[in-house]
Design a binder for this molecule. Structure first.
Ligand SMILES: NC(=O)c1ccc[n+]([C@@H]2O[C@H](COP(=O)([O-])OP(=O)(O)OC[C@H]3O[C@@H](n4cnc5c(N)ncnc54)[C@H](OP(=O)(O)O)[C@@H]3O)[C@@H](O)[C@H]2O)c1
Length: 269
């Protein structure tokens, strides 16, 4: 990675110019670019190895762009091309089926969308957070039950329901994820999307008991973002956002880094 680098990888914009060999897009199309800057492009991560979206203009690979349909604002579409597509894809490709118990751990940018997707997928949705702050909101977003991991034994509560078929771990803490593992039921699946580098202490016997699984999910490609946005519009899934002007980027960044933002800071141009 080389610096300076323009950050930002949940980007919505309008095409102003096209490369000579680009087909299938036209000037004026509204598009979104997420974490993956394009299929088969290496390196491909927007805002880390490619310039990102804290800018009025950016260059994007054509096959990294998702078409943004009418019926959603650019501000609401932006979080869906990473936070949205990650949680939508993680749940859609999980072992959970209609009626299963699914727990969403960590109610932040990803978690608050995951609750909504889980609810609309017909899962019996449990929200696992810390403290009481996010209880009312989690229930409003569609969680059937709320677990305060600070004062309740979250694994035991999940076990009382027969164990979760899927736990979607968005909490950026390895120990917190491991602590919840025993809340899985037989052949239950812990799907980790949290990007922490901390160890996650899970014993082999915890996997053997009930043949439980541990797996991960990462964002997705442009087509996955299109599917996510389409579903979100149809189902009425909305990201909670706070908007800031480009000039206010440092303030937005500070609110994001101190976990004060509910739940995505979106820069508008
Ligand atoms: N796999 C992928 O492709 C992908 C895509 C996007 C993001 N990510 C990763 O997913 C994670 C979540 O992203 P986000 O945007 O949702 O972040 P976020 O808005 O900061 O939310 C993370 C949530 O994790 C919980 N948490 C944080 N520290 C914790 C701790 N010490 N112990 C227990 N819980 C803790 C908090 O939820 P509560 O307060 O409710 O407990 C917090 O709201 C990040 O690690 C991010 O890098 C991965």
């Amino acid at each position: 990675m080389a610096y300076p680098r323009i950050p930002g990888h949940e980007v919505i914009g309008v095409i102003r110019a096209l490369g000579d060999e680009v087909a299938g897009w036209k000037i004026g199309d509204r598009v979104g670019v997420g974490w993956n800057g394009g299929h088969g492009i290496d390196p491909e991560v927007i805002g880390l190895v490619l310039e990102g979206g804290y800018a009025e203009y950016m260059v994007a690979y054509a096959n990294g762009m998702a078409q943004i349909p009418a019926g959603i604002s650019s501000e609401e579409a932006a979080p869906l091309v990473c936070a949205g597509v990650t949680t939508f894809g993680a749940l859609k490709n999980s072992a959970a089926r209609f009626g299963d118990v699914v727990a969403v751990q960590g109610i932040g940018g990803l978690g608050h969308l995951a609750i909504q997707y889980a609810h609309h997928a017909g899962f019996y949705t449990m929200a696992v957070s810390r403290g009481q702050d996010k209880k009312a909101l989690s229930l409003e977003l569609g969680a059937h039950r709320y677990i305060d991991a600070d004062s309740e034994d979250a694994s035991a509560l999940l076990k009382e329901l027969g164990g979760a078929r899927v736990i979607l771990a968005t909490a950026s803490n390895g120990k917190a994820i491991a602590d919840l593992f025993d809340g899985l039921g037989p052949v239950g699946e812990m799907v980790v999307v949290a990007g922490t580098g901390e160890p996650m202490p899970i014993a082999p016997t915890q996997l053997l008991n009930g043949r439980r699984r541990l797996r991960a999910w990462t964002a997705g490609q442009a087509k996955d973002s299109e599917d996510t946005i389409q579903f979100s519009i149809r189902a009425g899934v909305h990201p909670m956002i706070e908007t800031f002007s480009l000039e206010e980027a440092p303030k937005a960044f500070e609110r994001m880094m101190s976990s004060k933002v509910r739940f995505r800071a979106v820069l508008t141009m």
